[in-house]
Design a protein around this ligand. Sequence first.
Ligand code: ZN
Length: 448
Amino acid sequence: MRLPSQADLRDEAAGLLRELIRTDTQNPPGGETAAASLLARYLERNGVACELVARDPDRANLIARLPGAGTGPSLALVAHTDVVPIDDEEEWLHPPFAGHLDDSGFIWGRGAADMKNELATRAVALAALARAGFRPNGDLTLIAEADEEDGSAEVGMRWLVRARPDVAADYVLNEGSAERLELADGRVAVPITVGEKAATAAVVTALGASGPSTLPRAETSAVSRLARLILRLAEHDPEPRAIPATAATLDALAGGDEPVAGRLRRAVALHPMLAELLEPLFRTTIAPTRLHGSSALNVVPARASVDCDCRTIPGTTLEELRAELTVLLGDDDPYELSFPEPQVGGSISPITTPLFEACRRWIADHDPGALLLPVVCNGFTDSHYLREAFGSVAYGIWPIRHTPTEVLHAGVHARDERVHVDDLGYAARFHIDMCLAVGGLRSSPPGR
Ligand SMILES: [Zn+2]
């Protein structure tokens, strides 16, 4: 099979990324059909069958498919086409929708790091395989979905998995991790996201006596009580707890068999970014955000409440979260606790799969000695909908060697977003090799 060199892959992906950046898909309003059409034209030129699937004509998703022989597992390469909006355009060093390529090889613009970079390399990998005449055992697809950044319009992945069950895939590669961490002990770690924490909204309502504001009574005021309850929520500092996926993270980084807290402390000391990346994975985080009190300045309310954004370790039930909050809130101030909406997220994929092993081997070969580090994501990606609907084994990884991790991260949802072109060649090569690895398999992952 004749596949392009890494330099040719880089140039092809760079061209496509620059065009994608010039296609403004700020969400809201999105307008992702322009990006989906651009990709469809590119992929069809290269022999890949494409279909635009839209609930809203301005917000189409792209499904591109290299059909398999029907004898092996399927793989979906996934990337969202929308980007977060910009309100500080004049402060960017290079204009955010120009696709500027600078002298040191960085491509600048909204989406260069989240995630038109990943989208371009996944599309180029599929195009290169189609040109080379690759015939996988199972279907190889690219799903370029709308409305990931906002998600409220229900036109992207959440809608697509219901409207088009044929997007089901045994394996998925999507956004999640894009880091290369040089550890204090000389090792290099490349994270791969294998699951996501669950998000639950909790409402804590303090109860008290209502009355005129001219005669405030701090002891029975719902507002004073709420203030005390919020302080207790803010002081939440639970003992860290591991599940198999995060125990594997600690094993890789810190070895040993001492309690989780000690191993976590040693792991976090290995790199400045690891505190942020790892600490939330071993505990429930509780963020009090919105407040509700009296509707009038001169009335002390009988009820005052706070909405809390709670993020739990995958597998945590609502009852376990309720118990954790109840202990925390204590019993000296009367309150009500409710969960107005169902939990979102919290899915996780096993790491004992041929795709994980292929990723591990590829990273070890191309970044000699580097360690593939399974992590659980603090936030949310569309991988969750694919795991939930189809039981897909979904990982988030976009390997880098050339863009400093700090530079890539600093651009996400922020000013001066950029990526080095050499990473486009590197990542396109990675995706081609993963397609060849999964495309050559004959059995589906366990559990499907
Ligand atoms: Zn993203």
